[in-house]
Design a protein around this ligand. Structure first.
Ligand SMILES: [Zn+2]
Length: 342
């Protein structure tokens, strides 16, 4: 462990054992902590590959929820919004679990653990992916790159060359991350950006002769949940389902008419498929701007979640609610520090 980290952890431990962190946690008791989870994977995972981004294991998910259950009261998305809009009194140290993207592994692996702790999570689904059952571009490209390991890959799209170092897994993790960061800065139109992803994936899939779409239904990492499963679980009152757009496009990188259709069509689709009200929204990639915020409200969502970090409290803007990344691999002092000092 680096010296800087050792000093930080010692400092956090001192805050914890002096009682300061518990005091701070008590002071924040009327605020709401919202956690964001993506994929959760079990030990007997059915898969033939391993995504480059870090994944959360069921064991770690369970261990962290157990710690959280000793310091928080789990609430639903409806309770959260009712508290934040002063419709019901606050619940001390309330915590909401949210899942982004609608992976099937949320249901197969994470939901049984949630239910152990009486948690009813909200799942933000991307409706066109639930309709098609096709994987997200970030999984598709990740898989396609890993089918071309052992070389430096130079791929051309519209006169630009994109290079990925696939000589080792570590090198590919680095270059894939850099590529994503460059793309986020370079493209202000998400439709254009998606053409790039499709074109790179097509080239790589042609080279290797294999594509994630052919195996994703059997793949626990990338499979998207079906309407059938969502319908059963919502009617059994075990989960809430809300919108994460139709196509997982960044709303601040779209023209107004496209933002509107992403917001409206996904809401209509969820309400039709599940016969529930779709009142909540979550911004893909956490991206929003003044226009998208305003349109989310106009379309009729009661609240929207971002990836801005912090606790939520009454009088916050309901269209940009804050969340924390799921705090895995932490001990109690670090956990309380992280969730109380932002
Ligand atoms: Zn997402």
């Amino acid at each position: 462990m680096k010296l800087k980290n050792i000093i930080k952890i010692s400092f956090i431990k001192a805050l914890y054992y002096s009682g300061f962190l518990k005091l701070l946690h008590h002071k924040n008791r009327h605020k709401i902590c919202v956690l964001m989870v993506h994929g959760v994977m079990g030990p007997d995972t059915k898969t033939v590959w391993s995504p480059l981004r870090k994944q959360l294991s069921v064991k770690e998910f369970d261990r962290t929820l157990k710690m959280l259950s000793q310091h928080y009261n789990f609430i639903t998305v409806q309770q959260s919004i009712d508290i934040l809009s002063d419709k019901i009194p606050p619940i001390d140290n309330a915590l909401l679990i949210t899942f982004d993207d609608g992976y099937r592994n949320n249901i197969d692996y994470a939901l049984p653990i949630c239910e152990k702790y009486d948690i009813k999570p909200v799942i933000f689904v991307v409706t066109n992916h639930v309709n098609s059952g096709l994987p997200f571009w970030f999984d598709r490209l990740d898989y396609a790159l890993q089918q071309n390991m052992g070389q430096v890959l130079s791929l051309t799209h519209k006169d630009d060359v994109y290079t990925f170092d696939a000589t080792s897994r570590d090198a590919l993790v680095d270059s894939y991350k850099k590529f994503r960061d460059i793309c986020k800065g370079k493209f202000s139109d998400d439709i254009e950006l998606n053409y790039l992803f499709d074109s790179l994936c097509d080239t790589l899939e042609e080279r290797s002769g294999s594509a994630l779409k052919d195996i994703c239904h059997e793949d626990d990492w990338s499979a998207v949940v079906s309407w059938e499963i969502l319908k059963k679980l919502t009617s059994d009152n075990r989960i809430d389902v809300a919108s994460h757009t139709q196509d997982h496009l960044r709303l601040d990188c779209l023209i107004e008419s496209k933002i509107l259709s992403q917001l409206k069509q996904s809401k209509v689709c969820i309400e039709k498929e599940l016969a529930v009200k779709c009142d909540y929204f979550c911004y893909p990639n956490g991206n929003y701007n003044k226009l998208s915020k305003q349109l989310v409200k106009e379309v009729g969502y009661q609240a929207a979640f971002s990836t801005d970090v912090g606790l939520c409290q009454s009088k916050d803007d309901l269209m940009t609610l804050k969340r924390f990344n799921f705090p895995a691999h932490k001990k109690i002092p670090e956990l309380l520090f992280l969730l109380n000092t932002k």
